[in-house]
Design a protein around this ligand. Structure first.
Ligand code: 8Y4
Length: 280
């Protein structure tokens, strides 16, 4: 089962890894603007060698309390990296953005996928996505970063996420994005309590049954840290993150977004061997 990304195709009957490539300043210890694309390119090469078929380039932090970034700053962070990877490496380049200008410019720079945690709900974002012709990942988020973790309430989190995603699918298809160019994501950690996140994980089949390839991101998130001993550093969460990736893939997710690509890719090979290609 192939999913088309511009001039590339990806077999999503096999679980795939999306490697996370942050280009926010806090992810660079010696982040001079000049060497950023170089540093990012080396990180990109190593994630591809470890098994990533997609790289997600993000220049805006969605962490609660993070300072909002200007369009120019987001463009300056993201475009050189997207351009460098798209021109020199054989990988699908995803751009993590909600900004219509960044959507258009990243497409011009060679990006293959728009990954928007706001599901193209920002003014102008849907129009920009339609105009650039790229596939989109629509993610569920309740509220906005900053307030989304303040006592989120659901009657039934799985039903509500599911209803939201289907309504967004209708809207983006009505605007002109083809059905076969849509990925769905339940948005782990985005406006959900620990209990909500694990209810969603336990019943992820319901999201997979919507008829679109599902992408999930749990890597190093609080829902992982919360079930481990005390204050585990981000890297110390990678074993549990890989276990969560396995659960997602067993419940039908086709793409898992992760920091530790090697551990995630290896864990997903167990899923592949268990289910067999095309038997999810
Ligand atoms: C440690 C490390 C703690 C990372 C928290 C985080 C998703 C996503 C993000 C996701 C899709 C993050 C851009 C949040 N999460 N895109 N983006 N799905 N499609 N937090 O789950 O990684 S950023």
């Amino acid at each position: 089962m192939n999913f088309r990304f511009r001039n590339k195709a990806l077999d999503v009957s096999v679980p795939q890894v999306m490697g996370i490539l942050n280009v926010t300043p806090d992810s660079f210890s010696d982040g001079g603007l000049f060497d950023r694309p170089d540093v990012a390119l080396r990180h990109a090469e190593s994630m591809i060698a470890e098994g990533a078929s997609i790289l997600d380039v993000g220049g805006e932090s969605t962490r609660p309390g993070a300072t909002p970034v200007s369009t120019q700053e987001e463009l300056d962070r993201v475009l050189p990296v997207v351009r460098a990877i798209a021109t020199s490496l054989d990988v699908i380049v995803s751009v993590d953005t909600s900004n219509p200008i960044v959507i258009s410019e990243a497409a011009n720079a060679g990006a293959h996928l728009i990954n928007d945690v706001r599901a193209l709900r920002r003014e102008g974002a849907l129009e920009a996505a339609v105009a650039c012709g790229l596939p989109v990942c629509l993610m569920h988020m309740k509220g906005e970063p900053g307030v989304m973790q303040d006592q989120p309430i659901y009657d039934n989190v799985v039903d509500e996420v599911s209803d939201f995603l289907l309504r967004r699918v209708q809207d983006v298809m009505a605007a002109g994005i083809p059905k076969d160019q849509i990925l769905l994501d339940p948005g782990f950690g985005f406006g959900k309590s620990l209990e909500h996140n694990y209810q969603l994980l336990n019943r992820l089949e319901q999201i997979s049954a919507l008829g679109f390839p599902v992408l999930t991101g749990l890597s190093r998130k609080r829902m992982i840290a919360a079930i481990l001993n005390g204050d585990m550093s981000p890297e110390q969460r990678d074993g549990a993150s890989a276990a969560a990736a396995v659960i997602c893939a067993m419940k039908g997710a086709r793409i898992v977004r992760a920091h530790d690509v090697k551990a995630t890719w290896e864990a997903l090979q167990v899923v592949r061997a268990t289910l067999g290609e095309g038997h999810v």
